[in-house]
Each structure stands twice: as C-alpha cells, then as structure tokens.
Write a protein that binds this ligand. Structure first.
Ligand code: SF4
Ligand code: SF4
Length: 267
C-alpha cells in the first residue's frame, strides 16, 4: 500500500502553491512571510539555503550571526533527514516527476539507467565534483554563481517576479532547458549535477532517519531497486547521500504487506 507517496505529493503541491501565494500576500502588504527559496523570512525566523549562505561566506570571506541563524533549521532537517528537501519540497523535482508521467502517457518505457553496484559511487563522484568545481569558481570569481543554477531558487524567484511584476526573466529559459533534457535523460539533474542537492547531501548526519531493511524478512525480489529514482540499492544503501528519502522503495516493497521489511528508521 502506498502510504508515503500521497503525503509526499501533498507536501510538494503545498510548496509549489506557497511560492505563488507568498508574493501574492506581499502584494496585498501581508508581509509576515516573504522571500524565495534562496532566503525567506517567516515572522522573526530567517531561513536560507545553506549553499547560498556558504557562497556568501566564500565571496565575502566573513560570517555573521544572521548567516548562522538562517541555516539552523535547514541544517537540522538535513542532518536528521538527509536531503529530504529534494523529494518532498523542491518544485523542480515535482516537475521531473511530471515529465516521467508524460513519458508514461506517451507509452514510452522508463529511461531510468539500469542499477549497477557502482551506480551510487559514480553518481556521487560526478555530482560532488560538479559541486567542488562550482565552489572553487565561486571562490575565484567572488560571485555566488551557483545561485544561478539553483533550480528551486530560480523557480521560486521566477514565481515571485511573475506574481509581483507579471513577467518572467531570462532565467526561466534555464529551467525550461534542463527540464526538456529530463525527457531524454532520467533525473540527470538531481542525480548528477544539482549543487543545491549535493550540498544538502554533505550535511546529512551519520545518524538520522534512513531507509532500513530487516534482512531476515526480505525475499530479495529487488522491487525496491527498480523503484528507486536515485538508482541506488535501498536494501543496503539507505544511508547513501544519494538517498533523498522519497519513500518509493518503502511503498513498493511487496514484503511490507506481510510485515515491515523495508522502512524508515532512526539509526
Ligand atoms: S537535486 Fe536540486 S533540483 Fe533536484 S530536487 Fe534536489 S534541490 Fe531540487
Ligand atoms: S533508497 Fe528509497 S527513499 Fe532513498 S531515494 Fe531510493 S527509493 Fe527513495
């Protein structure tokens, strides 16, 4: 039974709605909540994308109390849940899932790459290299250039511009371009490139909520591997930084119908 996916979809849709509703409230001068996914204020609480703050640190070579307090909550969530932001809240990930659905409606087979023992290490190496090179360039150029390719940041700021000024800027072309490629290359952006998601992976704690298998109850049917959008093995790699706790493996595990075999657990 799919218990997690309806909750996850609800969280995604509410987040998507929020990026339009927040600027709309601001238009009517209701400003207790304001900002984008780069940085947001809810009352007196400031929240910021940890990667945006890290870039601000690299470019200004200074760190202040505001920077620290604005990442406390995102940091806490990432330490405990890994990059849960990606599968539960990021509007770009929702769009990639819509692209997958469109492919299905067109009768096209899934183009997810086959799982291989070395899939996760190759993917992690690629995306952490992209992040490392990106941060190096930020340090050299003194400009937070990774913000320009933060898919959630760009989408939320475009929503703000659209609602407040009834226009879109050239940055929407970037989102459209990477989204079109999703049609041909399965979740390539989130698996291999996105610096925002990779940075969140780095913050994941050694202990936290992770997919865990009860080995003695597992029939080794490998359904979970087939369902994992990050192309990792949920049976043994629940603590892999690639995992974004989407819960698809848990929902699809046939052994879970008998007794909890693949589940989220604090460990
Ligand atoms: S990897 Fe990036 S684009 Fe993908 S879901 Fe995470 S933050 Fe969003
Ligand atoms: S291991 Fe499970 S929870 Fe993690 S990304 Fe794969 S399907 Fe989602």
């Amino acid at each position: 039974m799919k218990r997690i996916q309806p909750l996850r979809r609800t969280a995604q849709l509410l987040t998507l709605a929020a990026i339009f509703i927040i600027p709309l409230l601001n238009v009517f001068e209701i400003t207790f909540i304001k900002g984008t996914f780069y940085s947001m204020d809810i009352g007196d609480v400031a929240l910021a994308d940890p990667l945006a703050i890290f870039q601000a640190f690299l470019t200004s070579r200074s760190f202040n109390l505001f920077m620290l307090t604005s990442v406390v909550i995102p940091l806490f969530i990432a330490v405990l849940f890994g990059r849960i932001w990606c599968s539960w809240f990021c509007p770009y990930y929702l769009l990639t899932e819509m692209v997958e659905k469109v492919r299905g409606r067109l009768g096209l087979k899934s183009n997810a790459p086959a799982w291989h023992e070395s899939s996760s290490s190759r993917q992690n190496m690629t995306r952490f290299t992209v992040l490392g090179v990106g941060l190096l360039l930020v340090g050299i150029a003194g400009i937070p250039i990774l913000n320009l390719i933060s898919a959630p940041g760009v989408i939320s700021s475009q929503a703000l511009v659209l609602v407040k000024f009834h226009e879109l800027t050239f940055e929407i072309a970037f989102i459209l371009a990477i989204l079109v490629l999703e049609f041909f290359f399965f979740k390539y952006w989130c698996r291999l490139i996105c610096p925002t998601g990779s940075f969140l992976s780095l913050l994941q704690g050694r202990r936290g909520i992770k997919v865990t298998r009860v080995e003695s109850d597992c029939s080794q049917c490998r359904t979970c591997i087939e369902s994992c959008p990050m192309r990792i093995d949920p049976m043994t790699e629940g603590d892999n930084p690639m995992c974004h706790n989407c819960g698809l493996c848990v929902d699809n595990c046939p052994d879970n119908r008998r007794r909890p075999t693949l589940k989220f657990r604090f460990r």
